[in-house]
Ligand binder design. Structure first.
Ligand SMILES: [Zn+2]
Length: 410
């Protein structure tokens, strides 16, 4: 039996609370213990409290003095596209020069260039590239991520990506929650109708049989998958026991949020264009909004989701990076906290709740991770600052000091 005591955090941000995601004013209640400590036994949290009390019960434990640093549960990043081939540097430079999306696509850029590179890459190549990115997430204090397929757009290539995610779970310390996003775009070689049939009749049954995904996601948007096609795919996924997420209302207000409410989805993601009716629908069906300010920022856009209204209406907000090579190339949750506060006018405490405990609920793990409480998995991030608000205040560098996964330092 191994025991570890982390003592003398300036602020131990526990996020301890009722067993449900936080809404409204609860988002600001962080459950901070000053000069706090945690006792960890066999990878799980045993005791959380003032350092003096924890130390008394830690006679058999290895002691680590945190030296007055801030301690949080590791971030839970509930929306990433981790596994892909190549990068989109040429698109990035063209956009910086002011070229439009159409010009970039014409020059061979856009999502299709990533699909081609992902298809051409071997499983080993994709694994090696993704493993490097796993280290980036850990360096930012993230201990769990959700990761989507979606750059294969063909049966074997989608399975290849999901197998890379499965292998990352076995061979790295980061926990990766797998999501199938076969309906990310329509492949060039196929009509939309034919591709929707392929997703429903071949991809979904196969990955469900091999247990390669927990969630199914769809890019519901004009020019990608319309409401009817999205409903068909997500309904088929639900029948196979998958939980649902969706890229909705990012570029146009197409009724995607309402569709996610109708289907009882776990999350509705993006929501930059969602209106009041969409927000009300999410509320009535208890769908968690996953907001992705990194993609608004990196595309140089101005319109962020209506987060203040969502909080007022009682939605259990989640913040995530949307890590992907095209529109949001950042693994940094501290950067997302900064954007949430400066661009969306969330308070630092609201943003931290959205990036930890609420993220945990949105990946179906609210009972295991996302807060520092007895019985939970000891995923702990230590930051080189004295006040939790510094996480959102200093930007451009993750102030991570050390990270513990299941009680082991990584
Ligand atoms: Zn996305």
């Amino acid at each position: 039996m191994s025991a570890l005591a982390l003592l003398h955090a300036s602020q131990l941000v526990t996020l301890a609370a009722a067993k449900k995601p936080r809404v409204g004013k609860e988002l600001s209640e962080l459950g901070i213990i000053r000069d706090g400590g945690i006792l960890i036994r066999d990878g799980k949290i045993d005791i959380v409290g003032p350092s003096g009390e924890v130390e008394k019960k830690a006679k058999d434990a290895e002691i680590v003095d945190l030296g007055g640093r801030v301690v949080l549960p590791g971030f839970v990043d509930a929306h990433t596209h981790l596994v892909f081939g190549g990068n989109r540097l040429d698109d990035f430079e063209r956009r910086a020069r002011g070229e439009t999306y159409e010009q970039i696509a014409k020059a061979g850029g856009g999502i299709w260039s990533t699909v081609e590179k992902t298809r051409a890459a071997s499983e080993d190549d994709l694994f090696a590239a993704a493993k490097k990115r796993v280290d980036w997430f850990l360096k930012c204090g993230t201990t769990t991520i959700e990761a989507k397929s979606g750059y294969g757009l063909a049966l074997e290539d989608e399975l290849k990506i999901l197998r890379v995610i499965q292998r990352l779970n076995k061979e790295t310390s980061l926990e990766v929650v797998p999501t199938f996003l076969g309906a990310h775009a329509v492949p060039r070689e196929m009509s939309p109708e034919k591709y929707v049939d392929l997703v429903i009749n071949e991809m979904l049954p196969r990955l469900a049989k091999e247990k390669l995904a927990e969630f199914c996601d769809v890019f519901c948007e004009r020019g990608y998958f319309d409401i009817e096609q999205s409903r068909k795919i997500l309904t088929a996924a639900k029948k196979l026991g998958l939980k649902l997420r969706g890229h909705v209302d990012q570029l146009t207000n197409s009724g995607g949020a309402k569709l996610m409410a109708e289907l009882g989805a776990t999350t509705a993601d993006h929501l930059e264009k969602t209106d009041e009716q969409g927000i009300a629908a999410l509320r009535s069906a208890n769908v968690q909004p996953v907001l992705l300010p990194g993609s608004v920022y990196a595309l140089g856009l101005k319109e962020y989701p209506r987060v203040r209204q969502m909080i007022e209406d009682g939605l259990a907000i989640v913040l995530a990076t949307d890590f992907n090579p095209g529109s949001s190339p950042t693994p940094s949750m501290p950067m997302i906290l900064s954007l949430a506060c400066t661009q969306m006018k969330m308070s630092p405490s609201e943003a931290i709740s959205a990036a930890t405990i609420n993220g945990a609920y949105s990946v179906n793990r609210g009972d295991k991770i996302g807060s520092l409480e007895a019985g939970k998995i000891a995923n702990v991030a230590v930051f080189d600052c004295e006040d939790y608000r510094e996480l959102a205040y200093w930007f451009g560098m993750p102030p991570t000091h050390s990270v513990y996964l299941r009680g082991g330092r990584v």
